[in-house]
Design a protein around this ligand. Structure first.
Ligand code: ADP
Ligand code: ZN
Length: 529
């Protein structure tokens, strides 16, 4: 043990080469490792694929005792431990998936000092059994992986993480290292506060992934758009297509297979054997397209994923960033493509409204959705917006859709007034609220059964919106939602006005809208970078 950490840093470089087979540290790894080896606490923010694991694995090997890793990813512990054992590291895990005999053997190894690393699920620490065990051996450090799970305002809160503040109280002399790939400045502060990491040194790596080209397109014909991306830009390459529901995963995978794309489905509704088989084909074969719910991807380390496509709107910017971050870990040009439409917004609001949680929880989910919408509807550089969300200032990147093909904006005040006033009239004159479809039918002067049945052809706004096509009206609705000038709620996705709508209706506020792009930008422009 070397409390100063000076000599130990040499030990760390030696472990890096001998155990892990790497020649050099990456980015901030060396600074982080020598800080933790020296006994200091650390908060590490590094994007996915940045190399967080070595930041606690090497100090655990260099320091006396066992490195205790708290991780919520129970399903991955076995793989992580197997991978470490293959390198000759003495690793074990304790979680609910284990039988009693396996558990006893790991506990014995811990007590006898026969382990370098012990992976634990956070709930284990809250039951007291794991705490008693830890008191019977020597702990080299605590690594708190996916530390953003302690944040109630984050997108992935896990109540069991709150109990981790006791680590500091019970083992004040054991260094703690908290790691995450997703944290806004607010989440960061909450991690520090909840885990009592006030004295921890913060290591913040750049969150930029310059080789990823970010593109967000209006969802017109999602299957045709997806096929275009796969065939014209990424033929024969590996990628992930994310869908919101299991049913749409199955349908999309079937569609792609019928089109000759080697696609496989992955979601929690498939049995474990099928999931494992599909995952291993994705990892081992070339050019497999995984169609998946967000159940897929955590801890998957495949360097040459060339694209990540979202067919549905992610629930938060954090989630979007984490999922797109699985593309291009090898540093080669890659695409993050998202198609989103009005229906996504309606559906997600519905899910939030009908979710059982308390008011604060729903408000939080709403704020996450709003931030995601703002990213979708921005006329600025996507990367600038994305990095700003994580507290990192930057300048336009030249490698996203809005940089490559700056969207035109146009004065949409009059269409916005027409739409808002239709919503207002339905409410005031009829005491009704309707969804976007009916509202647009009224503006376009369509005498559908539903319009006639409700006598909506008698409204003064009937047929006053023929200057725009239906798709353009849907764009107007989406952007008014993103700008907070309209809200959508309830099971039927009904539109209602917001306090700010009055400013538009009263001609006190101009509404600038983004023109729908006519054609998708080509990725070749990004490859020149
Ligand atoms: P994270 O947990 O931040 O997503 P990982 O710890 O899984 O990232 O590391 C991502 C990949 O980079 C892994 O394949 C890992 O082996 C590799 N890696 C990490 N550090 C180095 C290094 N110093 N040299 C070479 N490869 C590294
Ligand atoms: Zn850009």
């Amino acid at each position: 043990d070397d409390p100063a950490g000076g000599g130990a840093a040499g030990g760390a470089a030696e472990v890096l080469r001998r155990v892990f087979g790497y020649d050099a540290f990456r980015g901030e790894q060396e600074a982080i490792i020598s800080h933790v080896v020296g006994g200091g606490d650390a908060l590490v923010l590094m994007p996915t694929g940045g190399g967080k694991s070595l930041c606690y694995q090497i100090p655990a090997l260099v320091r006396d005792g066992v490195g205790v890793v708290v991780s919520p990813l129970i399903a991955l512990m076995q793989d992580q431990v197997d991978a470490l054992r293959a390198l000759g590291v003495r690793a074990g895990f304790l979680n609910s998936s284990q039988d009693a005999a396996a558990r006893r053997e790991v506990e014995r190894a811990f007590r006898d000092g026969d382990l370098d690393l012990l992976y634990l699920a956070p709930e284990g620490l809250n039951t007291g059994a794991a705490t008693r065990l830890l008191e019977q051996g020597r702990v080299a450090l605590f690594a708190i992986d996916e530390a953003h799970c302690v944040s109630q305002w984050g997108h992935d809160f896990r109540p069991d993480y709150l109990g981790l503040s006791m680590l500091h109280e019970r083992w004040p002399d054991v260094p703690r290292i908290a790691l995450t790939a997703t944290a806004t400045t607010a989440t960061r502060d909450e991690i520090v506060h909840r885990l009592q990491l006030q004295d921890a040194r913060r290591f913040v790596s750049s969150f930029d992934r310059p080789n990823i080209q970010y593109r967000i397109a209006p969802k017109n014909e999602p299957r045709r758009q997806l096929l275009h991306l796969l065939r014209d830009e990424h033929a024969g390459e590996a990628g992930i297509v994310y869908c919101l529901s299991r049913a749409s995963v199955d349908r999309t995978a079937e569609f792609l297979v019928a089109q000759g794309v080697p696609a496989l489905p992955y979601h929690a509704g498939l049995d474990a054997g099928t999931r494992a088989r599909h995952q291993s084909r994705f990892l081992r074969e070339d050019g497999v397209v995984m169609v998946a719910t967000i159940a897929f991807g955590m801890g998957i380390d495949k360097p040459d994923v060339r694209f990540v496509a979202h067919l549905d709107l992610p629930k938060s910017v954090e989630g979007y960033y984490q999922e797109t971050g699985r593309a291009g870990r090898d540093g080669q040009p890659s695409t993050a493509w998202l198609a989103y439409g009005l229906q996504d917004v309606v559906q997600q609001r519905k899910m939030i409204d009908s979710s059982g949680g308390d008011v604060a929880h729903r408000r939080n989910a709403s704020a996450h959705l709003d931030a995601m919408l703002a990213l979708c509807e921005t006329v600025e550089c996507r990367r600038v917006r994305l990095l700003a969300y994580f507290g990192q200032p930057s300048t336009p990147c030249g490698n996203c859709d809005t940089c490559l093909q700056p969207p035109e904006s146009w004065d949409g005040t009059v269409p916005a007034q027409k739409l808002l006033s239709t919503v207002l009239r339905l409410h005031r004159e009829r005491g009704q609220s309707f969804g976007a479809g009916q509202t647009i039918d009224i503006l376009l002067g369509r005498r559908t059964d539903k319009v006639v049945q409700h006598g909506h052809d008698g409204l003064s706004t009937f047929g006053i919106g023929e200057e725009l096509a239906e798709a353009e009206w849907r764009g107007v609705v989406r952007q008014l939602l993103a700008q907070g000038l309209l809200t959508v709620a309830g099971e039927y996705g009904t539109l209602t006005l917001t306090p700010d709508s009055a400013e538009v209706l009263g001609r006190r506020r101009q509404v600038m809208l983004r023109r729908e792009p006519k054609r998708a930008p080509r990725s070749s422009a990004g490859r020149q970078r």
